[in-house]
Ligand binder design. Structure first.
Ligand SMILES: CC(C)(COP(=O)(O)OP(=O)(O)OC[C@H]1O[C@@H](n2cnc3c(N)ncnc32)[C@H](O)[C@@H]1OP(=O)(O)O)[C@@H](O)C(=O)NCCC(=O)NCCS
Length: 179
């Protein structure tokens, strides 16, 4: 229902445990760049290069062809007032009902269930907005992330060569329970 669409961003902020998830505002740009720089391990692994100086700006402006900013949700995860993660979501990319996670990136303190909790929350939210499928791309060289997505029930459906080498497309139906 197109008239309901602008309301989507208003469904955040949301609390998950001691974390707060809300839309990134333009004034968060510096904190987002600093988060990316703390996550240089990820950028070095996936792109083979240091974090670009304008990475935060690219995250704000990046949009797949044919999509509008209304379809993009750049969400920050905050512990107290500190930014500890970011996720970029695109609604109905490639097909109606298929929502794409452009990037899920957490501070290097990982492996404590935060990624799982965020995906569970996103799953419920997307599901309530009419999503049927969650899709993402993950570089083959990012074996840990492939393990992570596999643990959350995602399956490989395609492979393609990208600037970051061989990349898997993985997807999973929304579950509402978030798995
Ligand atoms: C990938 C990422 C988002 C996962 O978040 P996280 O908070 O570290 O993961 P969680 O602690 O919620 O783990 C969830 C599940 O994945 C598994 N997992 C997480 N990290 C893993 C790793 N490095 N190796 C193997 N399994 C892993 C966990 O065992 C867990 O499974 P379980 O709950 O059944 O035991 C986070 O590590 C990250 O930001 N990595 C760098 C950026 C990145 O690679 N993003 C993905 C791009 S496609």
């Amino acid at each position: 229902m197109p008239s309901a669409r602008p309301m989507l961003k208003a469904t955040f902020p949301t609390e998950v445990g001691n974390l707060l998830i809300r839309s990134h505002e333009h004034e968060d740009r510096r904190d987002l760049q600093a988060l990316c720089e703390r996550c240089e391990d990820y950028f070095e692994l996936v792109t083979g290069r240091p974090v670009p100086g304008a990475e935060a700006q690219s995250l704000f402006s990046g949009l797949p062809p044919g999509k509008r900013y209304d379809d993009k949700f750049l969400l920050g995860t905050f512990r107290s007032t500190s930014l500890v993660g970011v996720v970029d979501v695109i609604r109905d990319w490639r097909s109606e009902g298929s929502w794409t996670l452009g990037l899920l990136l957490l501070d290097p303190t990982r492996g404590h269930g935060v990624g799982r909790a965020i995906v569970a929350l996103l799953d419920s939210w997307m599901s309530a907005q009419g999503a049927r499928l969650i899709r993402l791309g993950v570089a083959v060289r990012n074996a840990r992330a492939i393990n992570f997505w596999t643990r959350l029930g995602f399956k490989e459906v395609d492979q393609m060569e990208t600037d970051n080498g061989l990349t898997l497309t993985m997807e999973r139906p929304v579950t509402r329970a978030g798995l």
